[in-house]
Design a protein around this ligand. Structure first.
Ligand code: ADP
Ligand code: MG
Length: 711
């Protein structure tokens, strides 16, 4: 027996001819946003007064005036038809973590002819059959209806396939009783909550309390690309998104020659097409590069309003997957597709601006400086108080293989500020501002706060939550996850910290505001500085130190989700009207079930692969060795027999171990998830050991060295 399909795949990939570089064609931006129902299109397709009303709704995030819905729907339809779309769908984000759509055509039969029509009602609300989406008990089958409601703050867009196109209307998804069944609803609620708290806090600084608050998000998306021919031969990748077996090749990422290396032409062709597709959708893809692991890459767009950025990230993932297919590749978004090399995350760059000014931008003048330090201290407090919630927000079966597995970033949530900002915080704590490391002190009225360094942060890739110049970068979210969960949590915990801050500041007198502020910030730093850590987050010393500081370290999804049952946490979400207690409970149920299902599926796939692919290959080889021994004996050849005998014995021992591990996994599959995970890890050891000794042509599935290096 040999594995012809594996070697065929290698040959085919080897024979791929990448087209030569193209001739110079002047680049154009004409296509940018061409598939988005944006302000420009609205002006073209809508009467002026209605356009103004719609814009105001979008700007202020208010409910749409039902009286104009009909006109807006008509304009959208006309535009969609002009762009080749004949169907529409409410596009939403159920708790599966993906996106959902149910298409309806604009077609309306009229006698023996038909017209295209689209009503205001169809735009504003939809009623998909919701019974099969996870609801965590929120929706019993007798009230299975769910509603999708248009979110005008995220523009409608067109999705194309090879012979048609569909108008997609971003929507929130709720139950009959108004409970959130999706990822968008709580995000919109959390933005409102944080906006309220921000305005309140800004008033304390004498600013008008009615300016626009924007929460901004820039998402760096990591992913792997492998040739589709290899992918199709790996049942584990097909069914679980990650390799359940695979011995690490001699060379993987230890030479660090992939990170920021020159991008292979085949990959660059893929990336270019991804960018073209994203630009059409008005998604500002900006940066592309090789990542640390072989076959790992990253894409980052320019930041946008968080709601839009979250929608856009869902589209980014979809377009990465679809474009890969057209290039004979597969895009793996799993957090840990390959053991032994880096996993993939989704760096969540978060900031908040008021009246167009970034509150996390260290200021130039004393007033701005004071606001910056206040916001910074509030975020420090928020992350220290609620690190457990941030950890829970990024939990999941896939991400468990990154967080808590001695990989970046660790499961302990800590905050990196960099040397200079830490120095500033130190000074605040000591209450005796002196010259900061690189600059003079700066006066705020009668009191002094240190001058703030601009953009002076170092790079620390090991911190899960790092200040990077004018934003916080939360690095724990997993590459496959929706950004919504992390940002809902961030928004709520910061809203709470802002409110606490405002509650104190509102009591300060006008004359001694600065002195009181300084004192208050000092007390906050004292109380919460344990969260600040600038060192290497990968080390065991840090884990010990973190434990000594009392920082939680939830290594697994199960451990991390527990905090959703805490009264105080439920009350927090309830207070900010982001999740009712019932909604928090339902999410806990959904996440837990998702986790259990994924672990069980992995266990079943691993067992099947071992029994039907790996063991037969090993037994073949064992048989060959035994035959060789018999033949040697018959022929009376002694030389070599001892070596073959030894080899057969070693293989026999491995076979036994592997059989035993299969039996143990089969038993574990009737039990708890911890047992399944442990049994899978044991089985993997013996399978990977077999991979290393069996003749290469017998190995039934593509190896790491092929998947990661042949492209
Ligand atoms: P890095 O060096 O970590 O790659 P970049 O400066 O390239 O950092 O930014 C990473 C992401 O952060 C980008 O998506 C960028 O648009 C985003 N970003 C920059 N400023 C802000 C901000 N004020 N709010 C949110 N995201 C931001
Ligand atoms: Mg970054």
């Amino acid at each position: 027996m040999s594995s012809p399909s594996r070697s065929e795949a290698v040959k085919t990939v080897a024979n791929l001819v990448v087209p030569p570089p193209r001739e110079a064609v002047p680049a154009e931006l004409g296509e940018y946003g061409s598939d988005v129902f944006d302000a420009e299109v609205m002006q073209k397709f809508l009467p002026k007064d209605i356009c103004t009303k719609l814009q105001a709704t979008i700007e202020r995030g208010e409910a749409l005036d039902p009286a104009i819905a009909g006109d807006v729907a008509h304009a959208m339809k006309e535009w969609a038809l002009s762009r080749g779309a004949t169907s529409y769908t409410h596009w939403f984000q159920p708790l599966t973590g993906g996106t959902a759509e149910k298409h309806d055509s604009f077609l309306e039969p009229s006698g023996c002819r038909a017209i295209f029509s689209f009503s205001g009602k169809n735009l504003i609300m939809g009623e998909p059959d919701a019974s099969s989406f996870p609801s965590g008990g929120l929706r019993s089958t007798f009230e299975a209806r769910g509603y999708t409601a248009w979110d005008p703050t995220s523009p409608a867009f067109i999705k194309r396939h090879s012979n048609g196109a569909t108008l997609c209307i971003p929507t929130a998804f709720c139950s009959y009783t108004g409970e959130a069944l999706d990822k968008k609803t709580p995000l919109l609620r959390s933005i409102q909550a944080l906006s309220r708290s921000t305005r309140r806090l800004m008033k304390c600084f004498g600013l008008p309390g009615d300016e626009k608050v924007s929460v901004t998000l820039g998402v760096e998306q990591e992913y792997f690309l492998i040739d589709r021919r290899f992918y199709l031969q790996r049942p584990d990748l097909l069914q679980t998104g990650r390799t359940l077996f695979g011995a690490p090749p001699a060379k993987h990422q230890q030479l660090e020659d992939h990170y920021f290396g020159s991008i292979k032409t085949r990959v660059l062709n893929f990336m270019t097409e991804v960018e073209q597709e994203l630009w059409k959708l008005g998604i500002p893809a900006k940066t592309r590069h090789n990542e640390v692991a072989p076959a790992q890459f990253e894409l980052a767009p320019v930041f946008e309003d968080v709601n839009l950025a979250c929608d856009h990230n869902m589209l980014v993932m979809e377009i990465l997957r679809q474009t890969a297919e057209r290039h004979g590749l597969v895009c793996l978004l799993h957090e840990k597709p390959f053991a032994g090399v880096n996993g993939s995350g989704k760096h969540n760059n978060w900031s908040i601006s008021y009246g167009g000014r970034n509150l996390l931008n260290p200021g130039n003048d004393p007033h701005q400086n004071a606001i910056f330090l206040t916001v910074l201290c509030a975020v420090i407090e928020a992350v220290d108080r609620h690190g457990d919630l941030l950890r829970a927000a990024v939990s999941g079966a896939g991400n468990d293989h990154r967080l808590g597995a001695n990989e970046a970033p660790p499961a302990v949530i800590s905050m990196y500020l960099g040397d200079q900002l830490s120095d500033v915080i130190d000074q605040l704590e000591k209450g005796a501002p002196r010259s900061s490391r690189h600059a003079n002190t700066m006066k705020i009225g009668v009191d002094t706060l240190p001058t703030l360094p601009r953009d002076a942060t170092d790079r620390n890739r090991t911190s899960p939550f790092a200040f990077t110049g004018n934003k916080f970068e939360f690095r724990a979210p997993g590459s496959s996850q929706s950004c919504s969960g992390a940002n809902v949590t961030l928004n709520v915990i910061v809203a709470e910290a802002f409110d606490r801050m405002a509650e104190t500041h509102e009591k300060f007198g006008k004359e001694n505001f600065n002195a009181a502020l300084q004192k208050h910030l000092q007390s906050l730093v004292k109380a919460h500085k344990r969260i600040i850590f600038n060192g290497d987050g990968y080390t065991d010393e840090w884990l010990k130190e973190a434990a000594a500081r009392g920082l939680p370290n939830a290594r697994t999804t199960m451990e991390s989700l527990r905090c959703l049952n805490d009264e105080a946490n439920r009350a927090l979400f309830e207070k900010y009207q982001v999740f009712s207690t019932r909604e928090t409970e339902s999410r806990f149920e959904v996440f837990l079930e998702d986790y259990h299902r994924k672990v069980r599926i992995e266990g079943q796939v691993a067992l099947e692969m071992a029994r039907t692919m790996v063991l037969p290959a090993a037994e073949n080889e064992y048989e060959r060795l035994l035959r060789t021994l018999c033949q040697a004996k018959e022929a009376g050849v002694k030389q070599g027999s001892a070596a073959v005998k030894k080899q057969a014995a070693e293989l026999g021992a491995l076979l036994e171990t592997c059989h035993g591990a299969c039996a143990a996994l089969a038993k574990a599959l009737t039990g708890k998830h911890e047992e399944i995970l442990a049994a899978m890890a044991e089985l993997r050891k013996s399978v990977d050991a077999l991979e290393k000794v069996l003749p290469d042509d017998l190995w039934p599935v593509p190896k790491y060295r092929e998947m990661l290096f042949i492209m």
